[in-house]
Design a protein around this ligand. Structure first.
Ligand code: CA
Length: 226
């Protein structure tokens, strides 16, 4: 998924940027509110991780402006421990969740996964196609009961397709989920990762719609915990 990280503290920003990328998210990092506005105006993000205390333009202003423009992406705000009023103001301004600084990375990543899941209407933990079972929340996949390891990039290609089974995404749309700004894109990257997923989970899992892009067929949803 494509994430915008807005954080002016270099140390926190670097750690969080790395962690989100390791999870397979194409992550753009900006350090002030004005840059956040510009990024949101030009790029289609799946989630915004927003610090509130920012130079040039505060996080709350950024949040109010994006909601006023009708952008519905999930927003997770990062607030100081004692700033209850800030948290309340953030939620009232349209944030979906908050995390208190200094935060635990595992907790942050779990909140990001939960928000992405909710945004795509996926309360169910698992998808099932015949002998293939996939749990996006925990990045677990099995084929005929055997665990299958997908790479972070393979998940990055598969997850946007899983978000809405039956919907076609173009190669460009998938590329935008794989690469943040400034990352070098090899021309056949999407095909390479899709090939990897198909090899591991079966050729039928990702269909090629000629001239349009790719889709994941509708799946049975399995309510039991993985
Ligand atoms: Ca700050």
């Amino acid at each position: 998924m494509r994430i915008l990280l807005v954080e002016d503290d270099s140390m926190i920003g670097e750690v969080v940027h790395d962690a989100l990328r390791r999870e397979g998210h194409a992550t753009d990092w900006v350090r002030d509110g004005a840059q956040a506005d510009a990024a949101l105006a030009t790029t289609d993000y799946d989630l915004l991780l927003l610090d509130l205390g920012l130079p040039r333009k505060g996080g709350l202003e950024v949040l109010r402006a994006l909601r006023a423009r009708g952008l519905g992406l999930p927003v997770l705000i990062a607030t100081a421990r004692d700033a209850v009023s800030e948290r309340v103001a953030g939620l009232d301004a349209g944030a979906d969740d908050y995390i208190v600084k200094p935060y635990d990375l595992d907790e942050l990543l779990a909140r990001v996964r939960a928000l992405l899941r909710r945004a795509h209407g996926r309360a169910e933990p698992a998808y099932v196609w015949g002998e293939v079972r996939v749990v996006p929340a925990t990045h677990e996949a099995t084929r005929a009961g055997q665990p299958v390891q997908l790479s972070a990039r393979e998940w990055a290609v598969l997850e946007p397709l899983l978000a809405r089974p039956g919907r076609v995404l173009s190669r460009q749309q998938l590329e935008d989920k794989l690469y943040a700004w400034g990352e070098e894109v090899s021309s056949n990257a999407v095909e390479v990762y899709i090939h990897g997923v198909r090899k591991k989970l079966g050729a039928g899992l990702i269909e090629n719609v000629r001239g349009l892009g790719y889709l994941v067929p509708k799946a049975a949803q399995d309510g039991e915990k993985g």
